[in-house]
Design a protein around this ligand. Structure first.
Ligand code: NAD
Ligand code: ZN
Length: 351
């Protein structure tokens, strides 16, 4: 679990004070990895830089890659005579995951792809702080960093992945465009539905999942102010992430991973594209999802899989069925009898 968290509108102003006791000396900088949306914006100007700290803007256009992590680690090692005092990741799930991975690799030998999997990280990561600027993924609280590697899209899942400190300032999400707000918010909603309807559910994940679901309903179907909505979605993201931490996601995520691997479709929208067709698995969740789409006038792209070859479908199916834990959580131990490659292809063909 994340041991330290600060929450509140305007709490970003506390960042300098939070980092100060963690500064080892003036040669050990803080590296700020920041979504390049913020380049030349007010947030970038108010970064609490000291000594030889470095601000690196990174594009969130594409999901993070293992080679991108390796390149950043190389650049940081080459630029400074000693290890940084810490890494601060500022942005959506893309930047939050990238910063976690860089913090791990700065203190572990080899390449990022070597650590994709479960509990392969041996040395602790360097001190790292996560500051979400868009709510939904739960990446701020999870023990994984999802990376696209040369062979697979898979997380570095470890106790060293989790942030040492998170700062939740809902004001940072004010500028998120409407559609992106919806897609990333739906990632959270789908985390809840998949966790609460999974066979891995237990009292721990249920307690967080139910709270997150209630918050999502307030945000996407309720009648609340924008300010309250930003606060609640940030906490929904947190609770949704805590819920899947002790259970698992399900069908939409397993299928969305395939779309992302083959077509580069981003996580939030990929989940939405799949989830709309999953009434047979999550009838209540899909019904709520359709109400949310209508209320917010969101039109999902159509015909995404229309021109795919059989070879493409085989890739989608292989990547998706490779996510065994997700399928087992969703459908139980006999999931292979239930979700055959043929059945999976018919769902992909609807997208
Ligand atoms: P994102 O980080 O990919 O960002 C989406 C877009 O929003 C980008 O264009 C970005 O520049 C922009 N943006 C971010 N903050 C903004 C702001 N305040 N104002 C204006 N624009 C802003 O989006 P995401 O949906 O948060 O993250 C998706 C990523 O999260 C994927 O790579 C996925 O694999 C990962 N993920 C990780 C976990 C985990 O537990 N580690 C869980 C779910 C998803
Ligand atoms: Zn997700």
């Amino acid at each position: 679990m994340v041991p330290r968290v600060v929450f509140g509108q305007g709490s970003f102003s506390q960042l300098g004070d939070i980092l100060l006791p963690k500064r080892r000396n003036s040669n050990a900088p803080f590296i700020f990895l920041v979504d390049d949306y913020f380049e030349n914006k007010e947030l970038a100007m108010s970064m609490p830089l000291m000594f030889n700290d470095r601000l690196i803007f990174v594009s969130a256009e594409e999901e993070p890659k293992t080679e991108q992590v390796d390149a950043l680690v190389h650049e940081i090692r080459e630029s400074f005579s000693e290890l940084p005092s810490g890494i601060v990741g500022i942005g959506g799930g893309t930047l939050l995951d990238l910063a976690k991975a860089v913090a791990i690799l700065l203190n572990n030998k080899g390449q990022a792809k070597d650590y994709q999997g479960w509990d392969l990280v041996s040395s602790p990561s360097i001190y790292h702080v996560g500051i979400p600027t868009i709510s939904g993924t739960g990446a701020e609280v999870s023990r994984t960093t999802v990376l696209l590697g040369p062979e697979k899209k898979l997380g570095i899942n470890s106790d060293h992945t989790t942030y040492d400190q998170v700062l939740l300032d809902p004001n940072l999400t004010k500028t998120v465009p409407k559609e992106q707000w919806f897609y990333t918010g739906m990632d959270c909603f789908i985390h809840c539905v998949e966790s609460l309807n999974g066979t891995y559910l237990n009292a721990f994940s249920q307690s967080y999942g139910e709270k997150a679901l209630e918050l999502c309903k307030d945000v996407f179907l309720g009648d609340i102010s924008e300010s309250e909505s930003r606060d609640k979605l940030m906490m929904a993201s947190w609770h949704g992430g805590m819920s899947i931490a002790y259970s698992q996601v399900g069908v939409a995520h397993a299928m969305s991973y395939g779309l992302s691997y083959l077509l580069g479709i981003k996580h939030g929208i990929g989940n939405c594209l799949v989830f709309q067709h999953l009434e047979e698995f999550y009838p209540d969740g899909v019904d709520l999802f359709k109400q949310m789409l209508t209320k917010h006038h969101i039109k999902l792209p159509q015909g995404v899989c229309a021109d795919l070859t059989q070879n493409d479908f085989d890739t989608l199916i292989n990547v998706s069925l490779g996510m065994e834990a997700l399928w087992e959580n969703a459908l139980g131990k006999d999931w292979k009898q239930i979700m055959t490659p043929e059945r999976l292809q018919t769902i992909y063909q609807k997208i």
